[in-house]
Design a protein around this ligand. Structure first.
Ligand code: DGL
Length: 419
């Protein structure tokens, strides 16, 4: 009997391991089988054989939240542009670079796939995002290939960073791949400034389930970590019409539930918030306000409910700036900074449903129907149930456009010039 149980467990574990490996192996084999880059999820193999320095840098997210990372990259100035020495010189470090941004909005929220048992499919989506950036195909013509991939999405970093790195290695292409999670942990360590209290990681449910942040933070500090996973905040910031609750109310409810369970567990006082979702810097003030609100709420005995659990001046860590620094270091070390010094020409793309694809099912508002979106499985890397089209400022939902215009001015300007 015991042998039988052990054998079954062995078979299950072997199957899980093989299924996991298959996601990468399938993507690798598929792109290798299409070296002309003429089908989805493929790239032109010869694009990666010459001098890559003047290719753009690719940045992707599940939606528009990754624009916060692009903004941080564009604003980054921690080095002297001519010598590479540390220290700002008044010229952004990436001033000579071009960017290709992609938001997989049709398939978002990424943060909810793990909860419905679709982690394998999510990993395939993330590999497809990387392949889109590497390739030249887009819905209305050509796009340039890229010399680096920035995974400007915490959930995608948690579930796909290692996959993309493994695939790039198998393809034998000298592409730099950067994720936001290690960068965020590094930022926490470098900005601690004596802070020793608890760290609250605010992220998607999926990022929290992966434990990517607690693991990355444990490598740089022994501070206690508690996670707050929100199922709807990123989608609400994205302007998802199916989320009816106002953003401020979502944040307040999420933070209230988080503090209630932290208090019940006797958690250590929290002094730092990790903005572990690319969308959250857009509502950073509302997040701080929600913690302040709950801190002041009186309990039945009149004492403040969470005064001891939350310090009055919370620090926030935004992984974006640290991602920019990690990108600069990698490009610089690989001698892959641009030499042509092109200052314009960023491109932006977004995915939309492809109603022509057999079996695709749309909701009344034209987005992928929930059951369809979360009912898919891995194993069809070349599927084209969504297509990637140029994204311009006028295609963003009004509220999202307002947030980008007000909070991400460099990106907004670049988006204005995008075709
Ligand atoms: N951009 C994702 C992140 O940083 C969140 C949005 C989503 O769930 O798709 O985790």
């Amino acid at each position: 009997m015991a042998t039988c149980v052990r054998l079954t467990l062995f078979c299950v574990l072997t199957f899980v391991a093989r299924a996991a490996d298959d996601v990468v192996a399938t993507a690798v084999a598929y792109a290798k089988a299409h070296p002309q880059g003429d089908v989805p999820a493929s790239f032109v193999a010869t694009d990666y054989q010459g001098d890559l320095r003047d290719l753009p840098i690719g940045v992707f997210d599940s939606g528009v939240g990754g624009l916060t990372v692009l903004e941080a990259i564009k604003a980054h100035d921690r080095h002297h542009n001519l010598t590479g020495e540390d220290g700002a010189d008044g010229v952004p470090d990436f001033a000579g670079e071009r960017f290709v941004y992609f938001g997989d909005q049709a398939n978002m929220p990424y943060g909810n796939y793990s909860a419905v048992g679709r982690t394998g499919f999510l990993r395939e989506l993330i590999l497809r995002d990387a392949l889109f950036l590497l390739g030249r195909r887009q819905a209305s013509g050509d796009k340039p290939p890229v010399k680096a991939i920035v995974i400007a999405c915490n959930t995608a970093t948690a579930y796909g960073l290692e996959d993309i790195r493994a695939a790039v290695k198998s393809w034998g292409i000298p592409i730099i791949v950067i994720g936001v999670v290690e960068a965020g942990a590094q930022g926490l360590a470098e900005t601690a400034d004596g802070a020793q209290g608890g760290v609250a990681v605010l992220a998607t449910v999926g990022t929290c389930a992966s434990n990517a942040y607690p693991k990355a933070i444990a490598k740089v500090t022994g501070r206690p970590v508690r996670q707050l996973g929100s199922a709807s905040l990123a989608a609400a910031i994205e302007g998802d019409p199916s989320v009816k609750t106002p953003i401020r109310d979502i944040i307040r409810a999420d933070v209230g539930a988080f503090l209630k369970s932290a208090a019940a567990d006797g958690a250590a006082p929290i002094d730092t918030l990790m903005l572990g979702c690319t969308h959250y810097p857009l509502v950073a003030d509302e997040i701080t306000a929600a913690f302040a609100y709950w801190r002041e709420q009186p309990a039945a005995d009149g004492r403040k409910l969470y005064a001891k659990l939350v310090v009055p001046q919370l620090k926030q860590v935004n992984p974006a700036a640290w991602t920019a620094e990690a990108l600069w270091r990698s490009l610089h070390a690989a001698k892959m900074m641009a030499v042509a010094k092109t200052t314009s020409g960023d491109q932006f793309y977004i995915s939309i449903p492809n109603p022509q694809w057999k079996g695709v099912s749309l909701a009344a508002d034209g987005t992928l129907a929930y059951e369809y979106k979360y009912g898919r499985s891995e194993g069809q890397i070349g599927r084209e149930d969504t297509i990637n089209v140029p994204m311009t400022a006028d295609k963003l939902p009004g509220a999202t456009a307002g947030l980008v215009r007000d909070k991400l001015p460099l990106t907004w300007r670049s988006l204005q010039g995008a075709r």
